[in-house]
Design a protein around this ligand. Structure first.
Ligand SMILES: Cc1ncc(COP(=O)(O)O)c(C=O)c1O
Length: 386
């Protein structure tokens, strides 16, 4: 149904079924023209290109993102090449003259978890990690920890990258945070453009991070944060872009910051990715394709895949090894937990040899679903030989 939009990538991978879109989504064809447009605009505007970008592609993307998340605050969106930069900038807001206390989970992506672990090694930061499993009680247990003490930062994912579990009660978690100076950071990378997400009620309170490499389908280099307005923060790790536009009031001898999301900006970056992102958003708008429709389609694909799988009685890949059974609690990939790491690696490799591309982490094998899959042509016949 939607394959026509991905013709170039599909042509380049004929005979393969790409089930790793939760990691790296194929790019729609329109992104190719977007890259050429970026080149042409760079040539046309030369020295003036930065103001041209800030007047066009930046606000257009801010508008799309803000609408998608229903924040009502497009000017509070700031872009960065990756989410790690944004996580590091947020951490730099904290007062390290005393031990910084962070509440997080045991299932955060490496961009946050590695940085937090390294800071822990310095002795200046203490991290409490709530286990995501058992999933059913996660929200309750996380909220119980929130109540334990005053936290400097609370950081958790909307959808956990190592399982696909969806934290449905984001609002309840946010409401449980009493201290207004606690930074609340949601890693929304596996939610953005995959699951209908309405941040309206919490847009004044949370930082929401995501990017374009996965479900926004525009590749690397276009990550963003929604920044809650009026936060008064002064990130120590700051770049000169953070001083663009109208500035927040400050003491004459202090470094100044923009009074919108640009407060969390870094410095010169490649805006080509933002051209690709805009092209994808435009494509979806032309096609009337909203996140609700996309999500419904992906869930249909997952159902079909599981039907096909049931017919196989495979010793490792089956309903018993499927980590999350309830599709309402699941993001856009299925995770199978196999007996051990060797079996997982061997299964993924055997699938790859048969043209079925997946990825795995430890004992967990992940199958992602994208708009370029089709219910009619999906097949698991190759599984007989795996
Ligand atoms: C949950 C999550 N957050 C963030 C990222 C990407 O992080 P970064 O933009 O720092 O490379 C990923 C990538 O796989 C992810 O799964």
């Amino acid at each position: 149904m939607y394959q026509q939009f991905y013709q170039r990538y599909l042509d380049a991978h004929q005979g393969k079924q790409h089930f790793a879109c939760h990691s790296h989504y194929f790019w729609p064809d329109v992104t190719r023209q977007a890259m050429l447009d970026y080149w042409d605009d760079s040539a046309r505007y030369a020295d003036e290109k930065w103001s041209f970008f800030f007047d066009t592609v930046v606000p257009q993307n801010q508008q799309f993102i803000s609408q998608t998340l229903n924040t009502g605050l497009p000017e509070q969106i700031v872009f960065a090449p990756n989410t790690h930069e944004l996580v590091a900038r947020l951490l730099s807001c904290l007062n390290f003259s005393k031990t910084v206390n962070v509440l997080t989970t045991d299932s955060e992506f490496h961009s946050a978890s590695r940085q937090l672990t390294r800071l822990e090694e310095t002795g200046q930061l203490a991290c409490t990690r709530v286990q995501t499993q058992p999933f059913a009680s996660f929200t309750e247990r996380f909220i119980a920890q929130i109540k334990q003490q005053k936290w400097d930062m609370i950081l958790f994912s909307q959808v956990f990258f190592n399982s696909g579990w969806v934290v449905e009660d984001i609002h309840k978690i946010v409401q449980a945070v009493e201290h207004t100076d606690t930074l609340i950071v949601i890693d929304g990378y596996h939610g953005f453009m995959a699951l209908p997400t309405d941040l309206n009620a919490i847009a004044q309170r949370v930082f929401y991070l995501a990017g374009a490499y996965k479900y926004a389908q525009a590749g690397e280099g276009a990550c963003f944060a929604h920044v809650p307005p009026g936060n008064g923060l002064r990130p120590v790790y700051t770049g000169w872009f953070a001083e663009f536009g109208e500035l927040a009031k400050s003491r004459a001898d202090e470094v100044t910051y923009a009074c919108n999301g640009m407060q969390f900006a870094g410095a010169t970056m490649d805006f080509c990715a933002l051209y690709r992102l805009r092209a994808v958003f435009n494509l979806f708008a032309e096609q009337n394709l909203c996140v609700t429709t996309i999500n419904r389609y992906i869930k249909q694909l997952q159902q079909r895949f599981l039907q096909l799988l049931d017919a196989h009685n495979h010793p490792h890949l089956n309903r018993e090894s499927l980590l999350i059974d309830d599709e309402n609690q699941r993001g856009h990939f299925l995770t199978f937990e196999l007996n051990d790491e060797d079996t997982t690696k061997a299964t993924s490799q055997a699938l790859r040899e048969k043209g079925i591309l997946t990825d795995y982490r430890g004992r967990r094998l992940r199958f992602g679903f994208g708009l370029y899959h089709s219910i009619d042509t999906m097949t698991l016949d190759e599984l007989k030989q795996v």
